[in-house]
Design a protein around this ligand. Structure first.
Ligand code: H2B
Length: 97
């Protein structure tokens, strides 16, 4: 079983992942990205997919043309875990979105 983040780790999210927001009513984080066009958005999604597969940790996401919205939560934990933080940091490392 994957452990959920503790209170200290949750407090640190505002500092380590400032672009990500907590989701109302759910133990999850989300970030919205906007690109020049669909091709840029899809290229980004392809890079995120490769990261996700390498980490065996997968995003919930939504795409319309140049917009990509990513939500991260650990289904095996029923909420946020270090796996979400690790993937979010890797995504932040990819994208000027
Ligand atoms: N992704 C997310 N977001 N949460 C999980 O708990 C999760 C996952 N579990 N990707 C992984 C796959 C698990 O189902 C496999 C079997 O390792």
């Amino acid at each position: 079983m994957v452990e959920k983040l503790n209170a200290t780790e949750r407090a640190a999210l505002a500092v380590t992942l400032p672009a990500w927001k907590r989701v109302d009513g759910r133990d999850a984080i989300t970030r919205a990205f906007r690109f020049k066009d669909f091709s840029e958005a899809w290229g980004f999604m392809a890079r995120v997919a490769l990261l996700a597969e390498a980490q065996d940790h997968h995003p919930e996401w939504f795409n319309v043309w140049n917009r990509v919205e990513i939500t991260l939560s650990t289904h095996d934990a029923g909420g946020l875990s270090a796996r979400d933080v690790r993937l979010a940091q890797a995504i932040d490392g990819l994208s000027p979105g």
